[in-house]
Design a protein around this ligand. Sequence first.
Ligand SMILES: [Zn+2]
Length: 465
Amino acid sequence: MNIKTQVETKILEYEKQDTEGLLSYISDIIDSKGSRWERSVESEKCELTKMLIYEYVTSLEKLSGGRLSSKFLVDKLASRLHTLRYGSFRKGQDDEIMYGNRSVTSEEYNKKRPGAHTISVNEDNVVQDAVVLFDGRQIGFDGRRLNGIDFTDLDDIRHTIFHEWTHVMEKSLIPREKLSSDEIIHRDGDSIYINSSASADFDSLDYYFKYIEEAEQNSEKPVLFGGVSTIEINPQKSSRRIMHNQISEGFTEYIARLVMDKVGVKTRDTGRYATQVEFADKVFKNRGIESTVTDYLTSSNIIISELEKGKIHGTDLLHYYQHIESLLSSVDRTAVRFFGKEADLLRNQVQKFWENPPTHEEADGFVNKIIEEICAKDESFSEQDKNMTHDMFYNAIYFPSIKKEYIDEIESHYKDKKMSINLITRNALQNDSEHRVGKNMVESVEAQENENIAGTKEKDGGKDK
Ligand SMILES: [Zn+2]
């Protein structure tokens, strides 16, 4: 069945359940966006966007246990999503959307683009996002097929767009007075973590130092959080800037899969961010799925702070995995640099250890042999290089056990910490200054509070399944 027929069938089905006029509300919003939001993939003239928004918001309403109403979610998407494209960005119309310092309609951008992308757009000092799903049939300048989505497969479109929209929806503007300074800037050893989505100038460290100074001097500006992404500045190590977003990718992908599930579609491509999703699963299940969906989409600062309070091997729980991930990619770079064509062989050897864990002597022997070989190839390889390479490969070999240890740590961190339903609802109400949660949510939290006052001394924690 082609996309058009599938979409039309689904919309007919949804019209029957839609007693509140949500579909026509969504239609009006799409109309108001004019050519900024495309309605469908080019070859299929149908209301694809309308169907997808309906599925996305009604699923999230259920997943949040009714704390986030469909209408609130449509409004948030409408105010945050600047541009929606299927296939490619539009020359002439999207030239001003920049990724780093290149326009998204430039040749340079198109050479290296991913299969789908969410990009911040700064217009009149309001941060919004542009979302694009590229057509997987596009061929690059070198004649090779570019990354992209299968536009003949509705479920591939769903999976990708639910992921990208969650990147849009995870951003919330939190009033400064609701935040302690540690929630905005988190210091841990030599590292300074900027917990916001402060991405005005990607290359300028001065920008971040100024930001840190301002934040610590009680600036009044609300803070934009983006999922659980943070930026690490390390003044000790020549002021490097590191973006921490792997755990955030896991949360975003996890929510996309929950939505797929509610829509009644099986997620086939479970390879996307597999490890990160495992970590997210531990956080969502231990904290409560309804609470975590609600917090992630309205007050992700709360989750950031919680994870920053946990410790593993001297690093906090939010940033630990990103450090391991960078180690693994350094192993890759080192392998390619020193072993060229044999890099794959080396990678395979490392991965073999994942199935059959070596003894410490075996691992040590393996790592020392690699270092010896590198030293033979490069005389300038210093003592410090040797130590770093040793740690890198050692951690790569023990990755599965490191991963397990990390998952256990998340589990024990959240043990007995199921969130209070009222607290979560109140957070959602108070935070996200741009997007006030609907009136029915206020009523529901008031009703719950009255119920609690009216006798039942029962604590509200733990009710959230
Ligand atoms: Zn993503």
